[in-house]
Ligand binder design. Structure first.
Ligand SMILES: [Mn+2]
Length: 249
């Protein structure tokens, strides 16, 4: 039996509060148990945590069941990738050292069973959103990160959790489809296709599960999020499918 590759993102663990997040974490762990027997590679494509900042000797409390499950999967031989999202780009080497997870900073181009994949969280791509693109440079700046890291965690995490609770997901607004000509990640994917062929563009960030045919045989799949959709993508060596764990709520 050919093993499968799984893609999921935007768990936003921590949001909107502790008890809701714990329920979602339990659902995610259940999903990981469900996929483990058939999983060869797992791509966690950003915003897994609503906020994550890793200090030199300190990590944020919580999310221990997810971390334990990922460690178990990695120990059993499943390769795990963790993409930096706009909410958790401040991962450092903790998950790599502890679990063996590979951290991905920007796009990752892979080929599996003869299919070419363009993978990215999705933030800062395509037209528009210049304010975020500017902030992203600051957030990803080594010196700015160092300045934040010397704040005591009590202050740093207080500021950051306040900031992340303002996100649209925390206020539980569902995203709506803008039409293919206005979906900026579809526009971005089409631009990339002028330069090189990809069979699949897989992004998160949009918080809306999408499966859009681009030119020829190329598709743009958005893997949605786990507050409203429990959505993920699975590649079985032949086909890529957008799926919903325990049904689309
Ligand atoms: Mn997100």
């Amino acid at each position: 039996m050919e093993k499968c590759i799984y893609f999921a993102s935007d768990f936003h663990l921590g949001a909107p509060n502790y008890s809701e997040s714990r329920k979602r974490e339990a659902r995610i762990v259940k999903w990981l148990d469900f996929i483990s027997p058939t999983c060869s590679e797992l791509f966690l494509m950003g915003d897994i945590f609503d906020f994550w900042f890793e200090y030199h000797h300190v990590i944020p409390k919580g999310f221990i069941r997810l971390q334990g499950k990922l460690a178990q999967m990695a120990d059993s031989g499943i390769k795990i990738y963790f993409f930096k999202g706009n909410h958790d780009m401040w991962v450092d080497d903790y998950f790599t050292k502890e679990i063996g997870i590979e951290i991905v900073s920007d796009e990752l181009l892979i080929e599996r069973s003869g299919k070419k994949f363009f993978l990215h969280h999705g933030d800062g791509l395509g037209p528009g959103d210049s304010k975020y693109k500017f902030l992203r440079k600051i957030f990803r700046n080594k010196f700015c990160q160092w300045l934040f890291s010397i704040l005591p965690p009590r202050i740093g995490l207080f500021v950051a959790n306040g900031w992340s609770s303002q996100s649209r997901l925390a206020s539980n607004q569902k995203e709506v489809f803008l039409g293919e000509d206005k979906e900026w990640l579809a526009i971005f994917a089409k631009e990339q296709l002028h330069k090189a062929h990809f069979d699949y563009f897989i992004f998160g960030h949009r918080h809306l599960p999408l499966d859009i045919n681009l030119f020829e045989s190329s598709r743009y799949i958005n893997i949605g999020e786990w507050i409203n959709y429990n959505s993920y993508a699975v590649f079985d060596g032949t086909d890529l499918t957008l799926a919903y764990f325990e049904g689309n709520p």
